[in-house]
Design a protein around this ligand. Structure first.
Ligand code: AMP
Length: 249
């Protein structure tokens, strides 16, 4: 069984995001970039399935600028066997990423595609669902537990009412939640070994995919600053303030 895992390079989740003065986007120059957090869970799960003997190959794929190679390299350092970088400049919207991944799937013929549930830069939560629709494959989103069965997967997902368990036939798309597992750190020897693992580079234009944005981003602005809070000395004072000042009681 072959597992393809999509990994996106995004601004590191610890970075304090700054909006550009002209409101055209967020500052990315000299900003630390990392793998989109749930994509680390997707890689970890694929590597664990391979280690359990139920998969034979894990292939990491990223769509983006040349620098996205670092993201693929990190996936190789934590156990992926090889990587693919589909080069495209600028902002690539979920539909374009899904169309590119569809081409990669048609070429690689994986049995499973693991992705993150959502990218923390655009917060779209669309790419996995769009890819499933384009391929006409079953999908299980927000996976917090995955069990590989014979020809199918049992996927547990967190929903408002509790836990939902689905069975999807393979081939399938699974988008991964942060609670799925604890991603491992890359050890120094594995980082060194990863340098020798192959990364195939493809141009998005060679796949015949138009990556021009379909959505116009009108403006980005900081959320309004919140007023500083206050400390109250007692529950009585809190109730009095909620009643008389906030007028919410
Ligand atoms: P989104 O729909 O943008 O919230 O992204 C959901 C998931 O799709 C991410 O967690 C990634 O696994 C995958 N994905 C989105 N954009 C890319 C990209 N440029 N390269 C690789 N994977 C991506």
């Amino acid at each position: 069984m072959k597992i393809l895992v999509a990994v996106k390079r995004v601004i590191d989740y610890n970075v304090q995001i700054r909006v550009k003065e002209d409101g055209s986007g967020v500052v990315t120059d000299n900003v630390k970039m990392s793998t989109n957090p749930p994509d680390d869970n997707a890689i970890e799960e694929a590597v664990k399935i391979k280690e359990s003997g139920k998969a034979t190959e894990v292939v990491a794929v990223s769509v983006g600028e040349e620098k996205a190679q670092e993201t693929v390299r990190k996936a190789l350092a934590v156990g992926s066997d090889r990587g693919i970088l589909v080069k495209a400049e600028g902002m690539i919207e979920p539909l374009a990423v899904a169309k590119i991944l569809q081409k990669v799937v048609e070429k690689e013929k994986p049995d499973l595609v693991f992705m993150g549930k959502q990218a923390i830069d655009d917060d779209c939560n669309q790419t996995g669902q769009m890819l499933a629709a384009l391929l006409n494959w079953p999908q299980a989103t927000f996976a917090s537990k995955i069990e590989v069965k014979d020809g199918s997967l049992e996927v547990t997902r967190e929903v408002d009412e509790g836990l939902e368990t689905l069975e999807v036939n393979i081939p399938a798309i699974v988008t991964c939640d942060l609670r799925l597992n604890e991603p491992r750190y890359a050890s120094l020897p594995n980082i060194m070994k990863a340098k020798k693992k192959p990364i195939e580079q493809i141009n998005a234009s060679d796949l015949g995919i138009d990556t021009k944005p379909r959505v116009e981003q009108v403006k980005i602005e900081e959320p309004p600053k919140r007023k500083a809070g206050i400390k109250v000395a007692s529950v009585e004072e809190l109730v009095q303030k909620l009643k008389n000042e906030a007028k919410v009681l």
